[in-house]
Design a protein around this ligand. Structure first.
Ligand code: CP3
Length: 351
């Protein structure tokens, strides 16, 4: 019963026999198995071939003791169906050939249903769920939040200051709203379809929203993010809202109503939890760069996070952002096992 798994129980703030652990970007370049698959398939081909996406999803599950899998996909694939030409360039990350430049570009964006534009991801979810459910491991589906997706669509790739994105927001507020509405529609539908295909939880990645002031977040972004979270929650599966650099937005983030709030390492977990409220679960928050250093420091900082969670139900151990490509595999394994051992509770937990 997946609802009785450690990870889903923690999402619902129910007691668990140990703190659940998974890692953002747990499938990726730091794993030799992943690099071997990517020698044969481009990023887009790997994403679009359900058997390959399924295989990559399972790699970290078969290598480590993790409490959840996350489907191998990317937050940017929904943009393709909307009419944006996207590629992943080796060593440079995502690149968009036709970034949004004018209000007309925004008006021309489509909002087709996700099962038409990304059937491959729902197929990959079905394959992964068939293998994971008998092992009682839940699968996390995910999507990008409207702001983070808009930042790629407008900038054409990664960005430091989000100048074009903010310029659009400030100078063409009506066009910005149309863009955010379209993204919220597409992403909300995509999340619902992932849950229907078997995803047991849904994570909304708003990786870059910490670039905004509290006022801009409230005015230009939060309403659309809330629409997405509410659409996803209608499926009945728990929803995680993840962002970075948002210690100053936690009150607004709490008000979005996600079941779980994902935080990065720039804020102490106990302080963040006090702001979010005890009626919410929390996910995080070890600095992924630590895994490139010494085990001693990783252990001490993991101890601190566990101490700050203080045995309260509803903590999901994770990093504060994705695993970096240079991370030693042994460090990932050791950390997952350590958190389980350190948090093992002797009382039996009834379902
Ligand atoms: O977590 C997982 O294991 C599931 C897979 C996953 C990927 N991307 C695969 C991927 C997830 C959850 C994502 C989310 C994602 N994608 C985010 C949000 C989370 C975050 O890290 O902030 C963002 C911003 C993207 C966009 C994206 N995709 C970028 C900026 C890049 C290039 C930088 C990088 O990390 O390589 C990608 C490529 C990408 N997506 C890779 C993977 C495994 C690397 C591709 C490769 O070179 O093999």
């Amino acid at each position: 019963m997946l609802s009785d798994s450690r990870f889903i129980r923690a999402c619902r703030r129910e007691p668990t026999d140990a703190t659940p652990v998974w890692f953002m970007r747990q499938a990726g370049r730091y794993m030799p198995e992943y690099r071997a698959v990517r020698e044969k398939y481009s990023m887009l081909d790997a994403l679009r071939t359900p058997e390959i996406a399924h295989q990559i999803t399972m790699q970290p599950i078969n290598a480590f003791h993790l409490d959840a899998a996350i489907i191998f996909a990317d937050i940017l694939t929904p943009l393709i169906g909307m009419g944006i030409r996207l590629d992943f360039v080796k060593g440079e990350g995502p690149q968009i050939e036709n970034p949004l430049r004018t209000t007309r570009d925004i008006d021309l964006l489509g909002t087709p249903p996700a099962d038409e534009t990304m059937p491959y991801t729902m197929d990959a979810i079905r394959l992964a769920v068939a293998e994971l459910t008998p092992r009682n491991i839940p699968l996390i589906g995910f999507a990008g939040a409207p702001f983070t997706l808009a930042s790629y669509a407008v900038e054409g790739g990664g960005s430091k200051n989000y100048e074009a994105t903010k310029a659009l927001m400030y100078t063409e507020p009506a066009a910005w709203r149309r863009l955010m509405e379209k993204l919220a529609t597409v992403v909300g539908d995509y999340l619902v379809k992932q849950a229907e295909a078997g995803a047991a939880a849904l994570q909304v990645f708003d990786s870059w929203v910490g670039a905004l002031s509290p006022r801009d977040y409230a005015k230009f972004v939060a309403p659309y993010t809330k629409t997405v979270i509410e659409a996803a929650q209608k499926t009945g599966v728990p929803v995680i809202y993840f962002s970075t650099g948002t210690a100053g937005l936690l009150d607004q983030i709490a008000a979005l109503g996600s079941d779980v709030v994902g935080i990065d390492w720039r804020v102490a977990l106990n302080k963040a939890w006090a702001q979010i409220g005890d009626n919410r679960a929390i996910q995080g928050n070890l600095d992924p760069v630590l895994l490139l250093g010494s085990w001693r420091e990783v252990r001490q900082q993991a101890d601190q996070i566990i101490a700050q969670a203080a045995g309260r139900p509803g903590h999901i151990f994770n990093l504060g952002h994705g695993i970096l490509p240079g991370t030693p595999v042994e460090m990932v394994q050791r950390l997952a096992d350590y958190v389980h051992e350190k948090t093992a509770r002797t009382e039996t937990v009834s379902a």
